[in-house]
Write a protein that binds this ligand. Structure first.
Ligand SMILES: Cc1cc2nc3c(=O)[nH]c(=O)nc-3n(C[C@H](O)[C@H](O)[C@H](O)COP(=O)(O)OP(=O)(O)OC[C@H]3O[C@@H](n4cnc5c(N)ncnc54)[C@H](O)[C@@H]3O)c2cc1C
Ligand code: FES
Length: 250
């Protein structure tokens, strides 16, 4: 983990509620897809944890949804503004287990960390299922396609792609006889639970799931994010946010 002052280079709206921010500076502590950064905002005691969507030698990209005061304030930052950021937090996804046909499943604000994972899996035959509530919330589909992945969109209201949830899109693939070697997922907890039941328990595919737990310190000091697993208690900010299907207790 490093504490850095990063300079905003871009902050633009992608959908009515979702924004993309790029920040330049020392981002060398970011080592794996699925890691997150923790942003200090003036007037707020707790930092705001946001997943790394992409990273280069000197720039990190995040995508954030406007939820409360903190993320609303972030929409007003202009290029040139400086932010105090903890970088390189969490364990991230282990891509060594991906195999030849990995499946990535993202929902809503759980989609960003899967972008870097997909980019790092460039040589694999990668399928990405992206779930949204409706067409106006869709973002980053073209960017995933440009990485060479097959992208399947599911919308809850059926306004684009498969009607229903990411698990409905997965069922269609399985019904066509498709086989996957491993899966990676991130999204709201009800989605994660449905993916666990459908993809791991029913279809027998092992995977790695990223949890967006509420956090205190974000770097392992306060135990505020401690959660029970089959391998004992784990701090989601430090030994997570990615847990393996085999160790998760719902
Ligand atoms: C590891 C991790 C990765 C995340 N990645 C992303 C991402 O890529 N994009 C994105 O839009 N959001 C992401 N989130 C959720 C994001 O942290 C919250 O939406 C954000 O902190 C809300 O802040 P706020 O001030 O707008 O909301 P408020 O409700 O005012 O926040 C009050 C407090 O609750 C915490 N909080 C509120 N909602 C959440 C939540 N869902 N998860 C965790 N803490 C929360 C805030 O950090 C803050 O401390 C991630 C969360 C975690 C833990
Ligand atoms: S948030 Fe403090 S230990 Fe995880």
């Amino acid at each position: 983990m490093k504490q850095e002052i990063l300079t905003i280079t871009e902050n633009r709206q992608l959908t009515p509620s979702t924004w993309l921010m790029r920040m330049a500076g020392d981002v060398s502590a970011i080592k794996a897809p699925g890691q997150f950064i923790n942003i200090r905002l003036d007037g707020h005691f707790l930092r705001r944890p946001i997943s790394v969507c992409d990273v280069s030698s000197d720039e990190v990209t995040i995508i954030y949804k406007v939820l409360g005061h903190g993320t609303e304030e972030m929409t007003h930052f202009s290029p040139g503004a400086k932010l105090d950021v903890l970088t390189g937090l969490g364990n991230g996804y282990d891509l060594d287990d991906a195999g030849e046909r990995p499946l990535l499943i993202g929902g809503g604000v759980g989609i960003p960390p899967l972008y870097l994972a997909t980019r790092c899996l460039a040589k694999a035959d990668t399928t990405v299922i992206l779930g949204f509530n409706s067409e106006d919330e869709i973002y980053y589909v073209d960017e995933f396609e440009k990485l060479g992945a097959r992208v399947i969109v599911a919308t809850a209201d059926g306004s684009r792609g498969v009607r229903g949830f990411v698990t409905d899109a997965f069922r269609e693939l399985v019904n066509k006889g498709e086989i996957f070697t491993h899966f990676y997922t991130c999204g709201p907890e009800p989605m994660l639970k449905a993916v666990y039941e459908r993809v791991y328990e029913k279809a027998g595919i092992s995977g790695q799931m990223s949890f967006e737990e509420r956090m205190g310190c974000g770097f392992g000091a306060c135990m505020g994010c401690s959660t029970k697993t089959k391998n004992g208690n784990k701090r989601i900010c430090k030994e997570g946010p990615v847990l393996r299907t085999e160790e998760i207790i719902w």
